[in-house]
Unconditional design. Structure first.
Length: 227
């Protein structure tokens, strides 16, 4: 893949689709932030995206984020990094040190670890609570029945700067009821950020109120095969 030519073209196409989806939903295109998910792709891919004007990126693994992004911040002051993958508590301090947003707060033990890490690091990245809208056993996220109480605890008991919610709907079926559920839950708690929608369903997410869409494959191509 020629990152320097293909990634700018892919970004332009995705931005156009985001704008069109916003217009159909009677929303301003600038109301939706594109999070370019660069997981498993090399730093060269991130550099190509930065050159094309993309400033917000998402990574699943803290170790990969640490390898790619700290060296780029000096030259790109607008760069913002989201940790979007499931987090182990022993990675909490590393996540707080490297991220601007942590999207995967999903259990009390992790909330406590993130709060402690913020105190130690002197940084307070924004936090999103990840909700398992499909109550799928194999997925991260707080179960739906526990979500309201956990959102309150994350803010009031653990003191996290919770700004919104995140979800990954089931792969099969219509994602829109899941997006609507997350939207309504965020409204109950006065939360402005809705991170929902990926390469295959982001237009539906925008129609249901997404403020952030996480897109990887449609920008960077399929993940490189493991060595």
């Amino acid at each position: 893949m020629s990152y320097a030519t293909e990634i700018p073209a892919s970004l332009a196409a995705i931005r156009a689709r985001i704008a069109e989806a916003c217009i159909r939903a009677n929303r301003a295109p600038e109301a939706v932030t594109l999070v370019a998910v660069s997981k498993t792709h090399p730093q060269e891919a991130v550099i190509a995206a930065l050159a094309a004007g993309q400033t917000v990126f998402g990574e699943n693994r803290v170790q990969e984020a640490q390898a790619k992004f700290p060296g780029l911040r000096a030259a790109h002051s607008a760069l913002r990094l989201h940790i979007i993958g499931g987090l182990q508590t022993n990675k909490a301090r590393d996540a707080v040190a490297v991220a601007d947003v942590i999207e995967s707060i999903d259990r009390p033990k992790l909330a406590a670890a993130i709060a402690a890490a913020m105190a130690k690091e002197g940084r307070r990245p924004d936090c999103l609570v990840q909700v398992n809208t499909g109550d799928e056993a194999q997925k991260s996220g707080i179960p739906r029945a526990e979500a309201d109480a956990f959102i309150r605890a994350a803010r009031d008991e653990y003191g996290l700067p919770v700004t919104g919610l995140m979800c990954i709907p089931p792969a099969e079926g219509d994602p829109r009821p899941h997006f609507a559920l997350l939207r309504d839950m965020a409204a109950r708690h006065g939360l402005a950020v809705l991170s929902m929608g990926m390469s295959g369903d982001f237009e539906a997410a925008i129609a249901e109120g997404a403020t952030h869409v996480r897109i990887g494959t449609a920008i960077f191509g399929h993940r490189p095969a493991p060595a």
